[in-house]
Design a protein around this ligand. Structure first.
Ligand code: URA
Length: 434
């Protein structure tokens, strides 16, 4: 088989068979197929899509590029949640310890790094001094069983193909593709050995798949292919027409998660955390009333039990938890600049995608494969959709060590917010459970 011919085949819209997909992905992992040919293949998939058989083969080859976890205890409900990616989406940092604190499920979570304009759970966790997201499969299993939760990234053992493809898609603008998203998310989740998967499928201008009908299709595809592998899958479509919560950027999002874990934080972040964790517990115990589950989860946040669980997992994974207990110990960016509104009215539109890119420019994400990130960098949003704003009131604050980036962005970032003179009301709910 020749990679060139397979790229051409996909480029012309034909379906590849299982052997061909395995040849390409395995070859990429073994480095017999170079990055430029894999990038060309991904771009061809981006434009031409994949048929069901191809998606199955693509999930299969990524999954089998590494090992699979399998838990022996059939009485425990192992579950996880994954998001299709958004801006300011820090829910995993809250959901995992919250679910763990309930004692009703165990969460073996494999997450990814920042992708395109969206942040990644791994980068957020690694912004905590000492936190290690790498461990052997055995330790991953042991910690999940002992503590109720473990938080790691793809490794050389677990979905190494996704680790490589993910990084390549990140820098080649090939993230917005339903088959590639299905392969990436489902391979990681199937490898975890879980029974139940809650999916936060983002829709809106800050999501990878922005149009509602396409998002719904993605949610259905994730459910269909996940169930084909024996997972119970519950997709929740949630709104990404504005950043989730106030903070965007790795450490800034850890700080906001700590607030929510202690019973405070922005209402939207708390609400979505409760909804998604609630769905997870409902999957584990379908007979239980959803109202009871919600009350229990609220109590776990308000009592600090979820926060304690996060400290326990962080400590176990090497973190210096003094920074979590006293966030003021953490370094701050050299430049912290507030940008004010040039007019008065109501916030009627926020260019969430662009804010995600702006955070990268400030240092919070990668621009190329080997770029390093500045964990302190990011944005704090002061106004959300439907908020009233006066002329001269702060819209957003930039955090960065990069003087040039701050100078450039402070001139244009105000334009990401549309201020209208009319009243504006948010349409629809924050989420929809499918
Ligand atoms: N999250 C993932 O893990 N993979 C994707 O492709 C998109 C979001």
């Amino acid at each position: 088989m020749l990679p060139y011919t397979l790229i051409e085949k996909k480029q012309s819209g034909q379906a590849l068979n299982k052997d061909e997909i395995h040849f390409l992905v395995d070859g990429y992992v073994k480095k017999t197929i170079p990055e430029y040919q894999m990038a060309a293949f991904l771009m061809a998939v981006y434009f031409k899509g994949m048929e069901a058989e191809e998606i199955n083969a693509y999930i299969d080859v990524i999954l089998n590029s590494g090992k699979r976890v399998s838990f022996n205890d059939s009485t425990t409900y192992y579950a996880d949640k994954h998001s299709t990616g958004g801006v300011g989406d820090k829910i995993s940092l809250i959901l995992a310890p919250l679910a763990m604190a309930s004692g009703k499920v165990k969460v073996p979570m494999i997450s990814g790094r920042g992708l395109g304009h969206s942040g990644g759970t791994l980068d957020k966790l690694e912004s905590i001094p000492g936190f290690s997201t790498q461990m052997s499969l055995k330790d991953f299993q042991k910690q999940t069983d002992r503590l109720g939760c473990a938080l790691i990234g793809q490794t050389k053992d677990l979905c190494p193909a996704d680790k490589m493809l993910y990084a390549l898609r990140d820098v080649t603008a090939t993230v917005r593709s339903i088959p590639l998203i299905c392969g990436s998310i489902l391979s990681k989740k199937i490898a975890e050995g879980i029974k139940g998967l809650v999916l936060d499928v983002k829709t809106g201008n800050g999501a990878f798949i922005s149009k509602y009908e396409e998002t719904k299709h993605l949610a259905e595809q994730l459910k269909y292919f996940g169930e084909a592998y024996g997972l119970s899958v519950r997709p929740v479509i949630s709104d990404m027409n504005q950043p989730l919560g106030d903070k965007i950027g790795n450490w800034l999002e850890v700080e906001e998660s700590l607030d929510v874990l202690k019973g405070g934080g922005p209402a939207a972040v708390r609400e979505l955390s409760l909804v998604l964790t609630g769905q997870m517990l409902a999957m584990a115990d379908p007979k239980r009333a959803e109202g009871d589950i919600r009350k229990e989860l609220e109590k776990l946040l308000d009592s600090g039990a979820a926060y304690d669980a996060f400290l326990r997992v962080s400590k176990e994974q090497g973190a210096d938890i003094r920074y979590l207990e006293k966030t003021e110990l953490y370094d701050r960016s050299k430049y912290i600049i507030e940008v004010k509104s040039a007019s008065e009215g109501t916030i009627s539109y926020i260019d969430t995608y662009q804010l995600g890119l702006d955070a990268i420019v400030l240092g919070a994400g990668r621009r190329s494969l080997n770029d390093t990130i500045d964990p302190k960098a990011g944005l704090v949003v002061h106004k959300h959709l439907g908020d009233k704003v006066e002329k001269g009131e702060p819209l957003i604050t930039l955090h960065s060590d990069d003087k040039k980036a701050v100078e450039l962005l402070s001139k244009e970032i105000g334009d990401r917010f549309h201020v209208s003179e009319d009243n504006f009301t948010m349409k629809g709910d924050l989420y929809e459970i499918l």
